[in-house]
Design a protein around this ligand. Structure first.
Ligand code: GLA
Length: 665
């Protein structure tokens, strides 16, 4: 169980380093991430390295019994580098340069950046590969953060090469992108530019490929550094810190290259539901590499500095969110950062050792958490405790985010809505891709899979045929991997198994205040709500009945063998099918022809779970109490502001411990 945080000793004089080690020992710190932004101190000029200070710090930490997650320091090229090689600077879609003076000022495809980063990492890896303090390598920092996409000339050259590698011939690209639309036909790869500012909508397949290129290019930087580290003989695990569900990097693909998954997570204390979104990130991280415990690489002890309002955490909240991570598969709790900065943009950001010192509540909680973590028993490694899987797919996210659709859909927000509905029921869930191994799950919830590959569709159908229960929802199986319709209509792959066909999507006006309000919101007058009545016509079990509110889409579907579970009531589709189920081999395939609100997601999933016989981790808990299982350990966390009473009988026969003061056995 690791405990610690980012350590930036270059911001402090040497006397402070000694104090730091002493205080770290008091707090129970076991590991620090060292030197993440120290490039300009490690390499003051091209070809000149200063390792003396870093040697001293690493030796001090080692003598103090504190392990080092050594950073490669490549996330912020020094001013000498960007001055000598200004062509390494990235550009936005308007061609405006991102100038130095902050961090992440590099174009991922820049040959100059790559050469300088490689030289730095080579020097670091050669020097510290065998140092006994170094237990892990921290490559770069939050790849793609701040600067999600680079549109510079470096990007143009690299994007063309990536496309030529993918398509080989320009005709193949033309065919995949459908470039006969709007006279976009290319005769040479050299004519292609990144999706820079254009008069109107750009080619959607090109947009999609640019997202794939960006994820691959960032990953290639990580792999460049990892290979250098391995080439120097280092055997420690290598990682780079993820940011939950982060659009520019397909973490499913990246996870294969990580020795250990690490994540940075900053739930907003102002949002009483943010613990559920944090749980989403934890479950995603566990699912990316289920057999290896992940690490919470960064969180805040208390307030942040980068939201408009940066509320402090409540007493105990930091411990609750830490234990949430552990319950959901983490074997380490680390923070940004160890010692609060005196200067710079992040001086108001909380830290393990606050600016106001050891008299603070933050410090007391940090020390207490260190002791609690040290006292934890060995927890299961590789938890495969969920019977429910929720599909979350980056390729689909990129494609569904393209413009010019029937309605603007915020895929992440929608998947989080489905996740939260499952979380409120205290049901354990893993994340999967459409193509993942689904054996072992009882229910797969597959929301809004607009882009669905042949392999993904076949896999989902095979899951149901083998006895699983599959829930498919509106705006699924619409396009192929080139963001083009498949011949024959919509739901061409899943339709026969769902026992329906889809005639039209039927956009509704987005509800006020949602993130889905597109440019046409308001033009159609007041929002239209629809209601799907469950169990009205036929239900295999005495499932919940009632109404749900659909939003955004009310699809016009037709039964072709499916049984009706609910109909639209009111509106233009009054009494038309809205919720269906079809027998598929030994299993069932549900289709919901709308996008429910939060309560509707819960009604639908609880119905599907009840039919499938899926049980909660722990029954009868209030919604603010979270339940998660890790192997034979059940963790209950009260995220609410007041004490709750629960019935402990249900805990038998699991090993258990209570982790907040609010809960009494
Ligand atoms: C990110 C970065 C850190 C720091 C924190 C502040 O996670 O990786 O360097 O800036 O944000 O919350």
């Amino acid at each position: 169980m690791h405990y610690g945080g980012d350590y930036n000793p270059e911001q402090w004089p040497e006397e402070t380093w000694h104090e730091d080690v002493r205080l770290m020992q008091q707090a129970g710190v076991t590991m620090v991430s060292l030197g993440i932004f120290a490039w300009s101190r490690i390499q003051p000029a091209e070809g000149v390295f200063d390792f003396a200070w870093l040697d001293t710090v690493i030796d001090l930490l080692h003598e103090g019994g504190i392990a080092v997650d050594l950073a490669t320091a490549t996330a912020s090229p020094p001013p000498w580098a960007t001055t000598a090689y200004p062509q390494m600077l990235p550009q936005d879609e308007n061609g405006a340069t991102y100038w130095p003076g902050s961090r992440q000022q590099f174009a991922p495809a820049s040959p100059e950046y790559r050469r300088l980063a490689a030289e730095l990492v080579t020097a670091l890896a050669n020097r510290y590969a065998k140092h006994p303090a170094v237990v892990m390598w921290h490559v770069n920092n939050e790849y793609g953060c701040h600067l999600n996409y680079d549109y510079s000339d470096n990007a143009a050259v690299a994007f063309r090469a990536w496309l030529a590698g993918k398509y080989t011939t320009i005709d193949a690209l033309n065919s995949a992108w459908g470039t006969d639309f709007w006279s976009q036909r290319y005769t040479d790869f050299g004519q292609i530019v990144p999706p820079r500012k254009a008069p109107y909508s750009r080619n959607p397949a090109g947009e999609l490929d640019f997202k794939r290129y960006t994820s691959d290019t960032l990953l290639s930087l990580y792999l460049m550094e990892k290979n250098i580290i391995r080439g120097a003989g280092a055997t420690q695990p290598v990682t780079t810190n993820f940011m939950g569900a982060f659009p520019p990097a397909d973490y499913w693909r990246w996870a294969q290259e990580m020795d250990v998954i690490t994540d940075d997570c900053y739930p907003d204390p102002n949002d009483p539901e943010s613990f559920r979104i944090a749980a989403f990130a934890r479950d995603l991280m566990r699912s990316l590499k289920p057999d290896t415990p992940w690490l919470l690489m960064e969180q805040a002890t208390n307030a942040l500095n980068w939201r408009p309002t940066n509320a402090p955490k409540s007493p105990g909240q930091m411990a609750a969110l830490s234990m949430q991570s552990i319950a959901r598969g983490a074997d380490g709790i680390l923070f940004f950062q160890w010692r609060q900065s005196r200067a710079g943009s992040e001086k108001f950001h909380s830290a393990m050792y606050p600016h106001a010192g050891t008299r603070t509540r933050t410090w007391r909680e940090v020390v207490q958490l260190g002791a609690e973590l040290a006292a934890l028993p060995q927890l299961a490694v590789g938890s495969r405790d969920a019977r429910v899987a929720l599909v979350f797919d980056w390729e689909n996210w990129w494609a569904i985010s393209n413009p010019d659709h029937p309605v603007v859909l915020d895929y992440l927000e929608l998947v989080q809505r489905w996740y939260a509905s499952i979380h409120r029921q205290h049901i354990q869930v893993d994340f999967v891709m459409p193509e993942s191994d689904l054996s072992g799950y009882t229910v797969v919830v597959a929301p809004h899979l607009y882009l669905l590959t042949e392999a993904g569709a076949a896999n989902l159908i095979a899951f149901a045929a083998a006895g699983g229960d599959l829930l498919v929802t509106a705006f699924s199986d619409v396009v192929d991997e080139n963001d083009a319709f498949r011949p024959g209509g919509y739901l061409t792959q899943l339709g026969p198994s769902l026992g329906i066909w889809l005639e039209d999507f039927g956009a509704l006006v987005a509800p006020a205040g949602t993130s889905n309000t597109g440019s046409s919101a308001g033009e159609n007058g007041v929002p239209v709500a629809i209601a799907a009545t469950l169990g009205q016509v036929y239900a295999p079990l005495d499932g919940p009945t009632g109404t749900i509110t659909g939003t955004l889409l009310a699809e016009e579907i037709h039964l072709e063998g499916a049984e009706l579970l609910g109909s639209f009531s009111g509106g233009r589709l009054d009494e038309q099918p809205a919720f269906t189920v079809n027998a598929v081999g030994a299993g069932r395939a549900y289709y919901l022809a709308t996008i429910p609100d939060a309560a509707g997601c819960e009604t639908v999933t609880s119905y599907v779970f009840e039919v499938a016989g899926v049980e909660p981790v722990y029954a009868g808990l209030p919604a603010t109490v979270e339940a998660a299982r890790r192997g034979d350990t059940v963790v209950l966390i009260n995220h609410g502001g007041s004490a709750v009473e629960i019935d402990a009988i249900d805990l038998d026969p699991f090993a258990y411990r209570f982790i907040t003061d609010d809960v009494e056995a």
